[in-house]
Design a protein around this ligand. Sequence first.
Ligand code: G6P
Length: 368
Amino acid sequence: EAAEKGGYPHFMLKEIYEQPKALKDTLSPRINENNEIILDDIKLTKEDLEKINKVVIVACGTAYHAGLVGRYAIEKFARIPVEVDVASEFRYRDPFVDDKTLFIAVSQSGETADTLAALREAKEKGARIMAVTNVVGSRISREADDVFYTWAGPEIAVASTKAYTTQLMAMYLIALNMGIKKGTVTKEKYDEVLTELKALPEKVETLLENIENIQKLADQQFHNENVFYIGRGIDDHVGREGSLKLKEISYIHSEAIAAGELKHGTIALIEEGTLVVALATHDYLYDKMLSNMKEVKARGAYVIGVAQEGNQEIEKSADAVIYIPNTMDELSPILSVIPLQLFAYYIAVARGADVDKPKNLAKSVTVE
Ligand code: G6P
């Protein structure tokens, strides 16, 4: 097993460090010399797309969090309304799905029972089925009309890392490809996004080379029993993933909440020393986030801010700041989740937890 871990103490850390390669492997083979996105296993034509009036994304756990970012990307670039559901809940409200619906199942393993059951229901109702999965030949891939394989390589650690970032890459490519086919994204914007997507693996690499700050913060904060993650827009979705990472491997109670919702209840739980991780990576939401951070700080919270480089202003509203390399606001999740993965990892290590095999959890859940 030590050899399989390639010198890393845990599979999770190894997989965190494999992300630049996983992202490159997921992206590069799909871009041809004319900067076109070629999705071999997706047969959806321009005509098929014109018929689609709604996208429904269904997934569990980390894949669900990728689905939330997928909604943003598809609505933004392809201008189709998108619903996202947790797979285990999807069937309980007789969902509006018909032959004009594109149903996207996101699943690392491609075997999750709830996701598969939701897929079958959507198929029965006539939806076109697309799978985003990491496992070739998995059940979900076999039952789908179109497949996008994330080329993350095998993911061993129960806590998902490289599968998540490659699922994000998948969602961006699918959304952009739809957008260019539908004419809802300009060639200029398309080129700009694609250029930035290509630059991301290297930016992740840079992030991974400078982790002392994160390690230090984890060593200071590992004794907390309550940690809150706040953000707005897609920062909120990333906060949810960061919070899930922390609770699944460190057993610390954690909640993620849209920052604007704090005042409707959760802020009552903030007291002296409560740890709040605040994501503020978006220019247009920056001021609102700073004021949320001040609110929790005024109640005694210890605030760790996550922001893009150059936004030093945040230091006035935070006790510590983790900077991510500059990127387009739309693509920030691929970078901002990395420090959250590492933070959860080093906290779990400091607490002596079994990082790769957390109690009560399984890598692939094949029961409903
Ligand atoms: C399990 C794993 C999670 C994963 C979820 C969905 O709960 O522990 O890491 O996100 O299942 O798995 P899937 O294979 O469908 O992505």
